[in-house]
Write a protein that binds this ligand. Structure first.
Ligand code: AMP
Ligand code: GLY
Length: 424
């Protein structure tokens, strides 16, 4: 089978690495890929949001399976584009159609979906500029901190959590004035949920599903979960508090009604679902849906999957996922992200990365890197992910931290406390 994988981050390198290890793969192409994915297949310089260009390379390379890493092409309808084009409609796509991608692309849609299917989530209401006075009144029904969410995709920046009521109101007005562009013209105001977050993933063919290993992501730039939000500075899988009892609740209260709900609403869904959950006193609530794998969670989760992932993709395409056996490595994986100084603000690129070959007891997934001649240089805010196995969190994180120390580039920054809150 010839596979085309879209995307260029650490998640895509982890997926490419896993796909390249499959018995069923002939050729793997990654568009556009990064300095690491070129070790797993051939990088092609194509933008995943340029559907015509994706179609062209798919035909050129006899692709039979398209795996979509990031959300943007899904929300823009790449799956629908393939389904509706006679020349490429034979190509199976891993990732939902536009209707399913609204779970991530519109908070309004996601909230209404959860309400319709009785899926636990924070109490909320949706407002536009026209209903701003109602919104101001709704604040009185909520207790601080106030949670304001732009309806559309806002590059991970569309959620504001604000303690002060006046400040919250001012921010709401700014959102309606275009602070987050189109994405913020509709705003979800919701109850603040106090608890600990966890990322749960499934792969589904629209009827059946398999629960993949869960993970905990560390979003803040600073140690002790301080400072601005990032795309994620590290991850741990498995998560100790996600015991059998908790995961049973996740499955019965969230996963089952979500998959059933999509079916009932007439939305065929083939791909990953990422449930961003809050554990509130032992009960899971959905904070957000994503229609893709997480990053950096993938760099912890994917190495723990022992089964052939391409076999699973075939199961998704043929709606025979129930026939597949998912085998999981019981060990812990700890992932540490090496970022560029200044991230998530302005940062420099084009720094030479050294000592990669001195690491032999961790997996290194590239995120923002580029190959120039024989040299790997930095090309993003999150540069590399170092993932290590251990028999417990301590062992795994110590290995990742040691190797994060060995790899070098100018302005390297990493958090040394990933997993700090998980009783180690
Ligand atoms: P989202 O983009 O929806 O994942 O939101 C970004 C982050 O905001 C989440 O990862 C949570 O840490 C936080 N967050 C979102 N909604 C809530 C909520 N209702 N209560 C508490 N924290 C929240
Ligand atoms: N790590 C969070 C995300 O992928 O959205």
């Amino acid at each position: 089978m010839n596979i085309l994988l879209l995307g260029s981050g650490g998640r895509e390198h982890a997926l490419a690495w896993k796909i390249a290890g499959s018995k069923k793969i002939n050729n793997l192409f990654i568009a556009p890929g990064n300095g690491g994915t070129s070790n797993c297949g051939s990088n092609l310089p194509v933008n995943p949001e340029d559907f015509d260009a994706v179609k062209k390379i798919s035909l050129e390379h006899n692709i039979t399976l398209l795996v979509v890493g990031p959300e943007a092409p899904l929300v823009m309808g790449i799956h629908d584009f393939f389904l509706n084009d006679p020349q490429v409609k034979h190509i199976n796509v891993i990732g939902p159609t536009q209707a399913g991608a609204r779970l991530e692309g519109s908070k309004d849609f996601a909230k209404q979906f959860m309400q319709r299917h009785s899926i636990p989530t924070a109490h909320y209401k949706i407002f536009t500029k026209e209903s701003i006075n109602e919104a101001f009144r709704f604040f009185n029904e909520l207790a601080p901190p106030y949670v304001l969410k732009a309806d559309g995709l806002a590059a991970g920046k569309g959620v504001l959590i604000i303690n002060d009521l006046q400040e919250a109101k001012a921010n709401l007005s700014e959102m309606f004035e275009g602070k987050f562009g189109e994405a913020g013209l509709k705003v979800v105001l919701e109850q603040y949920l106090k608890g600990i977050e966890i990322s749960v993933f499934i792969i589904t063919d629209g009827i059946h599903y398999k629960i993949l290993p869960e993970a905990k992501d560390y979003k803040r730039i600073g140690e002790g979960d301080t400072g601005p939000n990032t795309g994620g500075m590290g991850a741990i899988s498995p998560v100790p508090f996600a015991d059998k009892n908790f995961m049973e609740k996740v499955e019965q209260r969230i996963i089952v009604p979500t998959v059933k709900g999509l079916l009932e609403d007439g939305i065929p869904y083939k791909g990953f679902i990422f449930f961003g959950l809050m554990n509130v006193d032992g009960y899971p609530y959905v904070i957000e849906y994503n229609v893709r794998m997480g990053d950096p969670e993938s760099e912890s989760v994917i190495p723990r999957i022992k089964s052939d992932i391409v076999d699973f993709f075939e199961g998704v395409a043929n709606q025979t996922l129930n026939e597949k056996e998912l085998e999981i490595d019981k060990r812990t994986v700890a992932t540490v992200i090496l970022a560029s100084k200044g991230y998530p603000g302005d940062y420099q690129k084009r720094k030479v990365i050294e000592n990669l070959c001195m690491v032999d007891d961790s997996l290194i997934f590239h995120a923002g890197t580029k190959l120039e001649g024989d040299t790997i240089i930095s090309n993003g805010g999150r540069v590399l992910a170092v993932s290590s196995f251990g028999s417990n969190i301590n062992e795994a994180i110590n290995k990742s931290n040691k190797n994060a120390g060995i790899i070098n580039f100018e302005g390297k920054y990493f958090r040394k406390d990933i997993g700090f809150d998980l009783n180690i």
